[in-house]
Design a protein around this ligand. Structure first.
Ligand SMILES: [Zn+2]
Length: 340
């Protein structure tokens, strides 16, 4: 099972999906779930809902396909591109990363995020030590022969084009997965594999399950629209590893509170009980001080649901992230225990 999750994860990592650039990701999901025999439904704003069957108390389990990314802001006179982040992508986390720029006219160009004056030999001492910053010293250099703004405009690149930073996905023989966007494609891969296990009879549902793949979590409105009749909303998203936190790369995090709200106490108790019963390695943790979820948004949107949050422990979140296959397995096992 773990290998299947990794295979699916590596596939969806190849689909660029910075927030706002959702069509390729939604096409993939609709295609996959249709092939499995389900009837996926596209949300108007982007996002895909899939009823995977079962009877009993309705639960919606959500993960987000959108990732952090960049967007073209201006074309500079020297033919470099000034970009701005979409979601909380810090400039220093994407410095020197390779990118793909999606022009409105369907063409895709490659480039690299660099300092505006990128050669160390030519930097002043101040430039050498300054922090990367989109407003002042970061640009994308295109892998095209361009010397001026009009050269770039002639390629069809314009203000507002989506810029995807490459994931740099890799897995080590020791089971670590290193990549951008484990937040939250790791969880998406887990939910896709859950659906496959339901289809082939490995999981027998004890409740009515809706999967929701959202496209706007990174900017805060992914969970604002959910399927009819849902009573419980479970976000599957990352557990952040760091100082004062219990999350772990070999465990599923069960989140008690984030920076907005505490999670529903009974739902939390039920999940802890299940993890204990099935010997699933887990960490109870709080996500502070900067963390909100699709489930928080569902509550704010006015839905009367219980909400919960679980997910694999991930290191260096919103940067070059890392987790371990054990955390993926633990998360899969807990989702499975919740629905069967
Ligand atoms: Zn996330």
């Amino acid at each position: 099972m773990t290998q299947n999750i990794v295979n699916t994860l590596s596939k969806i990592m190849e689909i660029d999906s910075p927030t706002g650039f959702f069509v390729k990701a939604d096409d993939y999901l609709v295609d996959e779930f249709t092939k499995l025999g389900f009837a996926p439904v596209r949300q108007n704003k982007g996002g895909v809902m899939v009823d995977i069957g079962g009877e009993g108390r309705d639960i919606c389990i959500a993960a987000h396909m959108d990732t952090l990314g960049l967007m073209v802001r201006n074309i500079n006179a020297n033919g470099t591109i000034r970009v701005i982040n979409v979601g909380g992508l810090r400039a220093y986390y994407c410095l020197n990363a390779n990118v793909r720029i999606y022009s409105r006219y369907g063409k895709v160009y490659t480039g690299t995020v660099r300092k505006a004056n990128p050669s160390t030999h030519l930097m002043s001492d101040a430039e050498n030590t300054e922090l990367a910053d989109y407003d002042t010293n970061i640009v994308v250099t295109l892998d095209e022969i361009v010397k001026s703004a009009s050269d770039v405009e002639a390629l069809g690149i314009r203000c507002g084009d989506s810029v995807a930073v490459e994931s740099d996905f890799r897995i080590t023989p020791s089971g670590f997965i290193k990549s951008r966007y484990l937040d939250d494609k790791a969880s998406c891969a887990i939910l896709i594999e859950i659906a496959k296990a339901v289809k082939n009879g490995q999981i027998k549902l004890n409740r009515h399950v809706h999967l929701l793949f959202t496209e706007y979590e990174e900017i805060g409105h992914g969970g604002a629209v959910i399927p009819e009749g849902v009573k419980d909303f479970l976000s599957v998203d990352i557990g952040c590893i760091g100082k004062d936190h219990y999350s772990d790369e070999q465990k599923v995090s069960i989140v008690t509170k984030d920076s907005r709200f505490p999670y529903h106490t009974q739902m939390l108790n039920e999940m802890v009980e299940l993890a204990d019963k099935h010997n699933i390695p887990y960490a109870l943790d709080m996500m502070l001080p900067h963390y909100g979820s699709d489930g928080d948004v569902t509550l704010v949107a006015g839905y009367d649901v219980r909400h919960g949050l679980i997910g694999p422990g991930v290191l260096e979140t919103h940067g070059y992230e890392r987790t371990h296959v054990d955390a993926l397995k633990a998360t899969y096992d807990l989702v499975k225990a919740i629905i069967q």
